[in-house]
Write a protein that binds this ligand. Structure first.
Ligand SMILES: Nc1ncnc2c1ncn2[C@@H]1O[C@H](COP(=O)(O)OP(=O)(O)O)[C@@H](O)[C@H]1O
Ligand SMILES: [Mg+2]
Length: 308
């Protein structure tokens, strides 16, 4: 087994005029990993991915993608990566077969190879509709699976998926993630962006981006532990008015984060002593339960918290 990383990114930056869209980003991705990019709209996820696919030239910094750099203007990289862009990339008015022929043509794949890959990929995604189906007539989840197949036609080792499940129904999202796991199970590397926290939980590691910068990197568990070194309580006011207590709690010593979650609140503290002191005045009808922070809590603390 080759232990070289699939991706090695060093101090990568890109400017559009005066605006720095990606700012000094460094990380490495191992072969076979599911590596997630998480961040608000405009954080720089798509721009980072487009540089690593050889589609945009960085202003500074370097990267090795499957061992290849940017020296040739990204030509080599483009050949070895698969890229499923955030915009839907198939033609709705063409059939499934026509779309895959078109994708094979763009890649200049030999017809016999393209045909073999088509069979392998149909097997992988479990596609059982006729090749003559118009893409416009297929359900959203299946369209996304076909778009993935088209992006993998040339059998890339590294596959970039930019919000592949956005706007897809929950059951189809789960199916798509099953597919991602099967692909990495084959030893391929998947880099994926998502807005959905349940999907981010399924990544081996996550890079959290904010305004062009990489602000945290680690497994979901590592991110939770480092964002919340102390305990977290979920407060349920059970119909009592939360406002007076919440206003007081906001000023409590050792409070790390306080955020509403539906009818409840999550309060994170530096340590147990700070929590006990802060929650001593909780209204009698209210209840506090110790909970484990979710990735959504991490996101609120590191991304939204920094914006407040
Ligand atoms: N070609 C471009 N010219 C100018 N600004 C751009 C260009 N591409 C992206 N941006 C800006 O860079 C920032 C990051 O965009 P993007 O990478 O698409 O973010 P994300 O994918 O995280 O939502 C945004 O503010 C966006 O408007
Ligand atoms: Mg994007």
């Amino acid at each position: 087994m080759n232990a070289a990383p699939a991706l090695e990114v060093k101090r990568l930056s890109i400017k559009f005029g005066d605006f720095t869209a990606v700012d000094d980003v460094s990380f490495a991705v191992n072969q076979g990993e599911i590596f997630g990019f998480l961040g608000a709209n405009g954080a720089g996820k798509t721009t980072t991915i487009r540089m690593l696919c050889g589609l945009l030239t960085p202003t500074s910094g370097s990267a090795l993608v499957g061992g290849l750099g940017f020296g040739d203007g990204g030509l080599g990289i483009k050949k070895i990566v698969g890229y499923m862009s955030q915009k839907f990339t198939l033609y709705n008015d063409l059939t499934v077969g026509e779309n895959l022929d078109f994708a094979a043509g763009l890649r200049k794949l030999a017809p016999a190879f393209a045909k073999k890959r088509r069979h392998e990929l149909f097997e992988l995604i479990g596609f059982n509709k006729p090749l003559s189906s118009k893409v416009s007539q297929l359900p959203g989840g299946i369209k996304q699976e076909l778009a993935l197949a088209a992006a993998m036609l040339h059998d890339p080792e590294i596959i970039f998926l930019d919000e592949p499940t956005s706007g897809v129904a929950p059951a189809s999202r789960a199916r798509f993630w099953g597919l991602i796991r099967r692909i990495t199970g084959l030893g391929k590397t998947v880099i994926v962006t998502t807005h959905y926290m349940d999907e981010a939980e399924q990544c081996g590691r996550i890079a959290l981006m904010r305004t062009g910068r990489l602000i945290a990197l680690g497994s979901p568990e590592e991110l939770k532990r480092s964002a919340f070194p102390g305990p977290m309580a979920e407060l349920d006011f059970k119909g009592a008015e939360p406002k007076p207590f919440i206003s007081a709690l906001e000023k409590a010593a050792g409070l790390l984060e306080l955020s509403p979650h539906g009818m409840r609140w999550h309060a994170a503290f530096a340590d147990k002593a700070a929590m006990d002191a802060a929650l001593a005045g909780l209204p009698p009808s209210a209840a506090a339960a110790l909970i484990q922070p979710s990735l959504e809590d991490v996101f609120i603390r590191l991304v939204e918290g920094a914006e407040r």
